[in-house]
Design a protein around this ligand. Sequence first.
Ligand SMILES: CC(C)(COP(=O)(O)OP(=O)(O)OC[C@H]1O[C@@H](n2cnc3c(N)ncnc32)[C@H](O)[C@@H]1OP(=O)(O)O)[C@@H](O)C(=O)NCCC(=O)NCCS
Length: 169
Amino acid sequence: MKSVEFKTQIANFQYSEILKFIESQSFPVGWKETNFLKELRKKNSIYFIAYDIPDKIRNFHEHKKVLLNNKIIVGYAGVWFHKEFSEIVSVAVLQNFRRLGVGNLLINELIDYVNSNKKVKMINLEVGKKNFKAISLYKQLGFKENGYRRKYYLHDGDDAILMSLKINY
Ligand SMILES: CC(C)(COP(=O)(O)OP(=O)(O)OC[C@H]1O[C@@H](n2cnc3c(N)ncnc32)[C@H](O)[C@@H]1OP(=O)(O)O)[C@@H](O)C(=O)NCCC(=O)NCCS
């Protein structure tokens, strides 16, 4: 089963609790729900969610915490805009829905969205050196390594790899 079964939309503030839930399954340290609320209301950030409808998901009752507006939210990805640059802030997929193409679908949506803003020339991101799954996902979508920050992540001392994708050239 691959991502063709999932849909995407831009998230609004209603989804902050669900984003927080998915984030808490995905990262050792994270934001509070109020941080997500601020993010979802900011003018220079956009978050996409990936979802499916409950009838199509077996045992959907197990996923009540991610159910809203008759959608099961399975992942999110967010981007910030700073003039001609943008930065992927975060991407996370609910554990039971990983390796189904959701991460790829979400980052592709972000790239398309950023691409439609002709001023933006580059999408940047940081990823932990040990996070081989995410590095592989970004490389699959054309991101190239272009820098390094030693011991960047305080919780585990991992180095950060900087990656970027040129667009609108
Ligand atoms: C990284 C993450 C978002 C990937 O989401 P996903 O929906 O499982 O990824 P996809 O199914 O779209 O996979 C896309 C590619 O990523 C890589 N990948 C994803 N999971 C992988 C795994 N378990 N092992 C190896 N490669 C993996 C592969 O290259 C994969 O392509 P392929 O399936 O054609 O081989 C997900 O694992 C996650 O939420 N991790 C925790 C949060 C996180 O680390 N976010 C990134 C912060 S920078």
